[in-house]
Ligand binder design. Sequence first.
Ligand code: ATP
Length: 427
Amino acid sequence: MKKAQIGYYRRSSRLKFDSSHSTLRLVEMASQFLRSTNSRYVAGVLAALGAGSAVYTLTPQQLQAKSEVDAATIKKIEEAYAKLNGPEGAKCKSLLKKHLTKEVVEKLKTKRTKVGATLYDCIRSGVYNLDAGVGVYAPDAEAYTLFAPLFDKIIEDYHGFSPKQKQPPVDLGEGKTKEFPPLDPKGKYIKSTRIRCGRSLKGYPFNPCLTQDNYLEMEGKVKKAFSEYSDKELKGKYYPLDGMGKDTQKQLIADHFLFKEGDRHLQYANACNFWPKGRGIFHNNDKTFLIWVNEEDHMRIISMQEGSDVGAVLDRLIKGVRGIEKQVPFSRDDRLGWLTFCPTNLGSTVRASVHIALPKLAARKDFIEICEKLNLQVRGIHGEHSDSVGGVYDISNKARLGLSEYQAVKQMYDGVKKLIEMEEKQK
Ligand SMILES: Nc1ncnc2c1ncn2[C@@H]1O[C@H](COP(=O)(O)OP(=O)(O)OP(=O)(O)O)[C@@H](O)[C@H]1O
């Protein structure tokens, strides 16, 4: 027996579906039910469909939609293709432009996920931001499979991860953190070390499909989970963005603790709806363990500290992740690993970075090339799309998918170790 359980504000009710009903039929029946009850929102549709079950929040518009994509959206998709391939898109080098072929457009333009997301939701950001490197986001977990002809190509190109490959099992590095003693014990080059990972709450779509009530509900759930931390090092407080003073927010951003606001790539991906509702940051007293809530991903779990003790930073991250996953279940795909909004973060979701000054090496014309050969990514010190300040760079592992969390940290560790050796030998 397939069952869809529908609850909405103030009242709740149940609908039972026969196992012969297709997903589309379930959505239609839920839609009828919605009209008959005249409620404004359906707050949860739990449909045990095949292997997976999911709780999604749907707006009436989403529910009432048929599987066909409306003509206006199809037109937008076709116009997007024309823009990318016309004079305006001449300088665009994004993976979106490269892989959104005419065939892919034709195949995918009429598809819609169960929560109502279309191809346009996936590509919107890259169509507005022609300077994007990638240009796509997944509006919900299902988008990775429904729109696979586009996502798989981009994932393969970015990560070198073919559709036949599978993310290895989770290995956070428990029992192995001693392999990462301080990279720069004398503190000559490295200012600070940070390791972050992303997590999505099971049962919720990603940003563009979330309602304000979803955001608030998710915030409530994770806040409760944070209060369960008993470890002294991890204990802290949650600070909602809604109501946070502008000065406090600015300082937290300047000190590298909080996410920035107004990223145009995220804005055009419809990731900033209802901002700042449901967004916030949890941190311990020392600001060495932090969790971002509902920015790009539902959660970004972060461990950071001054200096270069990668092992200590990883130890703390492991404790933090283990603590929270006992409280809230996360979305994981058998092939793609931990699911994230941006396909560049799939898999391990780990970005381990150091803020490092390498004056001699960085002066070389081939500095970026050297880093790339070591599988390292170079950013400015105020995050992605920022510049180096005072010769300090943010250097991290490049790969996130196709390797375990431990291997991702090791990629950064080994690469940065090599860079320091080269700096010391450089005349
Ligand atoms: N090793 C580090 N030490 C101190 N701060 C860091 C370090 N690495 C990154 N940060 C800071 O973390 C903040 C977020 O950086 P950024 O947005 O580039 O990366 P991210 O959190 O990994 O997410 P994404 O890759 O999605 O952009 C920025 O303020 C950045 O300066």
